[in-house]
Write a protein that binds this ligand. Structure first.
Ligand SMILES: *[C@@H]1O[C@H](CO)[C@@H](O)[C@H](O)[C@H]1NC(C)=O
Ligand SMILES: *[C@@H]1O[C@H](CO)[C@@H](O)[C@H](O)[C@H]1NC(C)=O
Ligand SMILES: *[C@@H]1O[C@H](CO)[C@@H](O)[C@H](O)[C@H]1NC(C)=O
Ligand SMILES: *[C@@H]1O[C@H](CO)[C@@H](O)[C@H](O)[C@H]1NC(C)=O
Ligand SMILES: *[C@@H]1O[C@H](CO)[C@@H](O)[C@H](O)[C@H]1NC(C)=O
Ligand SMILES: *[C@@H]1O[C@H](CO)[C@@H](O)[C@H](O)[C@H]1NC(C)=O
Ligand SMILES: *[C@@H]1O[C@H](CO)[C@@H](O)[C@H](O)[C@H]1NC(C)=O
Length: 838
């Protein structure tokens, strides 16, 4: 039975109430009124589960337009308000101090947030806004978020939340189930990262593990969940030097369109649910963990492995012992009680030999110890040299440029519990101390070395294979739901920086005088760029740090407070593929942005070169493409802030000393006070050639306009031809048309830059061209999201759709506009074209 049927709303909508998306001090929210998010997706108010007598009242957030009532967040789950009588009716108040306080009619506090920021009353009052994502945010008068419900989940994860846990404090938010379908009070199940290792995720039944994810192996999951051919959501790992977490985002910018959520049910299952708004009007279950006995923690006992067949005839799970082990009790085992597990058939003769059996395709057992900073061989030696070590496993987590220890050497000392055979797809190698005879032993040592040497390669292949299987089968959700949910579980087992650290990130405000000194009074000789937003200078701060200073020339629409707030937000975006905004300076009419300084040139200077020996080779180009794509994923899908670049182009991609790309000039539209939503906007910021048609002509922008620009950039990097080149290319009006016609003619190979033929891996180049053409399709809905682009480029081996006819925007009045185009694109690194549209 659908548990939602147990929950009904009472006292919710009195017609007299005008719904607002805000709560302000001295206007409490009481029974009968709701706060509704601006686009109507979510509501905040009081509800009462139907079967409680006398009715218990809870403050919660639910889907505003979904019936039956589906609650996603509850404030006072442990302290319900009783009775709806006028005298004892509860209300929610936003205090001057910016704390949200829920109290009953007698003034008893039932629940409150713990924000203690004192908000100066002179600066205005705090406000609590229910965002259309379902996030209730308390904002200070200057717009800073002081508290948000997304940081305090109850039993539901919604798109836009970050999943993960703090690496340093080993603490993270956990989902806690309701105690029963009609009772929001905390139940016995919880879900979250493993505080001991940060490498895996558990569902606990009280304090006992109930279900466990695979151990994180560095596999960068970035994936799209498809149901019935339409995409529901994206999962991706956002990873920069400081932070790594899983972000779970709606497939569409318009948040209300698809409704997906993870919920930890009161029976301890993590379920992925999607709303089917069609005929059925119900929540469809796309997957759950655990879905059968084999997924329950330690079901087969020590050294046991569970086997489960999907076929109806053999639906019961069975346990088998790992090679070299036998059931501890044959009777128990044969009667289907497996909890005692297995023991060695032959005792170990002694451990000096250090002989190990490689078990492939394993989901690693629990209760491991991570030994830091070991190569594979050191890891093997660590275990071999210690008689109490029973097994080890190794992985390299350095798929990213994290500064942290990227080695993952795991050793086990006791019994192996909750190991699973999952097959080569997704499995890892577990090296188990073995007991073969003396003669064999020697051979094993000899063979071991080459096998081990090759293991890094194998791990990589397994990862790729796993990914392809995962992606390739995504269309038939029913059959593979387990994989998907497991994917999430796996990905969530991440090392996370404590959220507070980002929160406390203080942006230094620099004095104008110091900038004058740093830039030698904005000396012409230090000017390194000029664009629509202002001139850029190289400067040296007092400590000797080199910076790039952007002196904004245009009057911004923003007041100083808003400007500073936006700058703070932008500065919080930290990713290895973004140029870091370091600080800013506002004094009088002057507004300056201070960025990290990158000595190397921009991408356009590096690829549009005719000299053969100076051209970037293919591997570098491919790395650059992937880096730019990752930077864009971060901008688009970082859960707290969707940034649409709007002017991505080769000259806005800078290269660091190791030719790693960094995207520059993102967030400028925000800083200048433009609306960031997918919207009609009067100001078009961008550069001809890179602009998607819907943006160039109608001013409509979304993340898909950036995808278009990225597609253009991709084709440029592969071909070495500038989009805005004045010369016609082989009689084609521009690069996109040229690429399209080569593709249609089956000659896409010919598009690759002649300068890189030697270093070029044709499969990769063709993949890039294919992706590039998908990105420049006319219809924005046909273009992939950047998160899919990243996974396609990283994993290569998927079947991609055939691109439709591309769009390109050719200014009608060729003379004048073409000229402007050329002026603004003439070799200037920092060019931004600003036009007032229509
Ligand atoms: C909150 O601020 C208002 C003025 O803005 C003041 O009148 C009121 O006393 C304050 N309340 C508290 C509890 O500080
Ligand atoms: C915004 O207000 C919060 C507290 O209300 C304060 O901590 C923060 O420094 C303010 N930020 C700016 C840029 O004024
Ligand atoms: C959870 O643990 C309790 C005992 O603490 C037990 O009675 C119950 O069966 C467990 N639930 C599941 C689903 O295993
Ligand atoms: C997918 O399509 C099938 C058949 O049309 C339908 O039964 C199912 O409910 C759909 N799934 C979702 C999640 O909409
Ligand atoms: C890891 O060990 C190597 C030597 O084995 C050493 O050079 C390196 O500095 C160590 N790194 C860390 C982060 O401890
Ligand atoms: C991990 O992989 C990276 C690149 O894939 C490589 O540079 C590094 O040496 C590897 N580390 C170990 C310990 O194998
Ligand atoms: C062997 O491993 C155990 C558990 O990790 C550890 O306590 C012990 O010190 C190790 N012994 C040696 C000789 O390294």
């Amino acid at each position: 039975m659908n548990w939602l049927a147990f929950v009904t709303a009472i006292l919710l909508f009195l017609p007299a109430c005008v719904a607002d998306d805000k709560l302000i001090p001295r206007k409490p929210l009481s029974i009968g009124s709701t706060v509704v998010s601006n686009a109507g997706a979510f509501a905040l108010g009081f509800f009462s589960p139907a079967n409680s007598t006398p009715p218990n009242l809870y403050l919660g957030i639910w889907y505003n337009d979904v019936s039956p009532l589906t609650v996603v967040w509850v404030a006072n789950r442990a302290a319900p308000a009783q009775g709806a009588g006028a005298s004892s009716a509860p209300s929610l108040t936003l205090a001057n101090t910016s704390a949200l306080v829920l109290s009953d009619g007698d003034g008893r506090v039932l629940w409150s947030t713990t924000t203690n920021d004192v908000v100066a009353t002179t600066a205005g009052a705090p406000v609590a806004v229910l965002a259309n994502t379902g996030n209730l945010v308390v904002q200070s008068p200057n717009g800073t978020a002081l508290w948000q419900s997304f940081d305090h989940p109850t039993d539901t994860y919604l798109p836009g939340m970050k999943l993960g846990m703090s690496y340093r404090t080993r603490a993270g938010e956990r989902l806690v189930s309701w105690s029963s379908p009609g009772d929001p009070s905390p139940g016995s199940f919880s879900y979250g990262g493993d505080p001991d290792t940060s490498l895996q995720i558990f569902i606990w039944n009280q304090s006992r593990p109930y279900c466990r994810s695979a151990v994180w192996n560095g596999n960068p999951i970035s994936s799209q969940l498809m149901v019935n051919g339409s995409s529901l959501m994206y999962l991706s790992v956002v990873d920069d030097d400081d932070e790594i977490y899983l972000s779970f985002v709606d497939s569409d910018d318009r948040q209300a369109r698809t409704r997906v959520r993870y919920v930890l049910s009161s029976s301890g299952k993590l379920q992925l649910l999607a709303w089917d708004g069609g005929g059925a009007s119900e929540w469809k279950k796309l997957g759950e963990m655990p879905s059968h006995e084999c997924e329950r923690y330690g079901y087969c006992g020590p050294y046991g492995q569970c086997y489960y067949s999907d076929s109806a005839s053999a639906a019961a799970p069975t346990c088998r012992c790992i090679d070299g082990f036998e059931p501890r009790s044959k009777e128990e085992w044969s009667s289907g009680r497996f909890s005692q597990g297995c023991r060695r058939t032959e005792e170990l003769p002694g451990c000096a030999a250090g002989e190990f059996l490689a078990l492939q395709g394993m989901q690693l057992p629990d209760k491991f110890l991570r030994v830091g900073n070991k190569t594979f061989h050191e890891c093997a030696a660590e275990c071999a040299g210690n008689c109490s070590c029973t097994a080890y496993a190794y992985a390299n987590l350095s798929s990213s440029s994290s500064k942290r220890d990227a080695t993952r050497c795991l050793v086990w000392t006791g019994e192996l519990i909750d190991a699973q055979r999952v097959g080569t797809a997704g499995g890892e190698r577990l090296y188990l101390r073995a007991t073969t005879g003396k003669r064999k032993q020697r051979n094993a040592v000899k063979i071991a070395v080459p096998v081990l040497l090759g293991s890094m390669l194998i791990v990589t292949c397994v990862t790729l294979l796993w990914f392809c299987v995962f992606r390739g089968k995504k269309r038939s959700v029913k059959k593979h739901k387990k994989t998907q949910v497991q994917g999430v579980l796996t990905a969530t087992a991440l090392e996370l920086k404590e959220a507070n650290t980002t929160h406390d990130h203080e942006l230094p405000f620099v004095k104008f005088d110091d900038i004058v000194t740093a830039t030698n009074n904005f000396s012409k000789s230090l000017m390194i760029g000029q664009g629509g937003f202002g001139k850029v200078y190289k400067g040296m701060l007092q400590g000797g740090q080199e910076v790039a200073v952007k002196r904004l020339s245009r009057d911004s629409d923003q007041g100083i407070v808003e400007f500073r707030n936006e700058v703070i937000l932008i500065a919080k975006l930290q990713h290895r593929n973004l140029v870091q905004l370091l600080s800013c300076c506002v004094e009088g009419q002057e507004k300056l942005l201070i960025y990290e300084y990158l000595p190397n040139k921009s991408l356009d200077a590096a690829i549009f070169k005719s000299e053969r020996d100076l051209a970037l080779d293919w591997p570098t180009r491919f790395r650059i493409i992937k880096g730019v794509a990752r930077g864009l994923v971060y901008l688009h899908h970082d859960s707290r802030l969707t940034i649409i670049h709007r002017d991505l182009k080769a000259s806005n991609v800078l290269l660091d000393s190791e030719m790693r790309p960094k995207i520059a000039d993102f967030g400028m539209a925000r800083i200048f006070g433009d609306n960031q939503q997918n919207a009609n906007t009067r100001r078009v910021v961008g550069t001809y050639g890179y602009m998607a048609p819907e943006y160039a002509m109608e001013g409509i922008f979304s993340v898909k306009t950036d995808v278009y620009s990225f597609g253009v950039l991709l084709l440029e990097v592969v071909s070495g031809v500038k989009i805005s080149t004045i010369d016609r290319i082989m009689d084609f009006p521009n690069l996109i048309v040229y690429a399209w016609s080569l593709w249609m003619g089956g000659k896409a190979k010919d598009l690759t830059d002649l300068n890189i033929t030697e270093s070029c891996i044709m499969d990769e180049a063709l993949l890039c061209i294919h992706v590039g053409l998908l990105c420049v399709q006319e219809n924005p809905d046909d273009r992939p999201l950047m998160s899919s682009v990243v996974s396609i480029l990283e994993n290569g081996c998927t079947t991609l759709p055939t691109p439709n006819h591309p769009a390109y925007f050719a200014p009608r009045n060729n003379g004048a506009d073409q000229r402007r185009d050329n002026v603004f694109n003439s070799g200037n690194e920092m060019t931004i074209t600003v036009m007032e549209g229509r």
